[in-house]
Design a protein around this ligand. Structure first.
Ligand SMILES: [Fe+2]
Length: 242
């Protein structure tokens, strides 16, 4: 069994289709979507439709999914993110919003793998896991050997018992008896300095997690952002991977 984990797609259709093309080439069996399908970039409706057609094993709710599908106050969002949320509210349908509203904050697959967008200690408060202290708080609520998360757009892995702190990984072989918290990075807005889209492949039988980075047509995505009148910063940051 091979799962493709798609994190923080953020309405970037060019990145999403490039990543799925690679996943198909690798021969994945099922998709898992780690939340934030919408926000920042200009193709929220297209990305929602595309993800739904993938028929994922699980789709987790991200903060942008929540705010774009409700009229919740945007206090706490930075100005560009808030602008993009408001734009997204106008550019997805009521059916998209109803679907987003049903997404769970977390899920457990086969009693073995936990999925959450932000943190397990407060999944609906959208805290960030930047360091081992943040990871420790989440580990306290992790009942499975592996938890995948997203939200920071930075692919890192923590091992509660193995001393891996903020380790940028390419390939992990999961040791029995350990406890892992693995951020899958971002498809549509990477922030680790590498602009290529992130794709994580998880093979439970082989106990393997691989991170692939996929180049895509950034210029086409930027052009759509500018045409939509979304913040210029949203376009610029894609090329910087920040
Ligand atoms: Fe995000």
């Amino acid at each position: 069994m091979k799962y493709a984990l798609l994190g923080d797609i953020h309405a970037n259709y060019e990145a999403l289709t490039a990543v799925v093309e690679k996943a198909e080439e690798i021969g994945v069996d099922r998709y898992i979507c780690m939340g934030d399908i919408v926000g920042y970039n200009a193709d929220p409706a297209e990305c929602l439709e595309f993800v739904r057609r993938l028929d994922p094993e699980a789709v987790i709710r991200g903060n942008h999914d929540e705010y774009a599908s409700t009229n919740n106050d945007l206090m706490g969002f930075n100005p560009q993110a808030a602008w993009a949320v408001e734009w997204t509210r106008e550019n997805i349908t009521d059916d998209h919003k109803a679907w987003l509203k049903k997404l769970p904050y977390q899920a457990v697959l086969n009693a073995k793998v936990t999925l959450v967008h932000a943190t397990l200690d407060m999944p609906s408060k959208w805290g960030y896991i930047f360091d081992k202290w943040n990871a420790e708080a989440s580990f306290n609520y992790q009942r499975t050997p592996v938890c995948f998360c997203g939200h920071t757009h930075v692919p890192v892995a923590f091992d509660k018992f193995g001393g891996i702190d903020t380790d940028h990984y390419r390939e992990l072989v999961l040791a029995p008896g350990h406890k892992y918290l693995i951020n899958v990075g971002s498809v549509g807005q990477p922030r680790d300095g590498n602009p290529d889209a992130a794709l994580v492949i998880y093979s439970p039988e082989e106990r393997k997690v691989e991170l692939h980075r996929i180049p895509y047509d950034i210029a086409a995505c930027q052009e759509k952002i500018r045409r939509a009148g979304l913040p210029e910063r949203c376009a610029v940051r894609l090329a910087e991977g920040r």
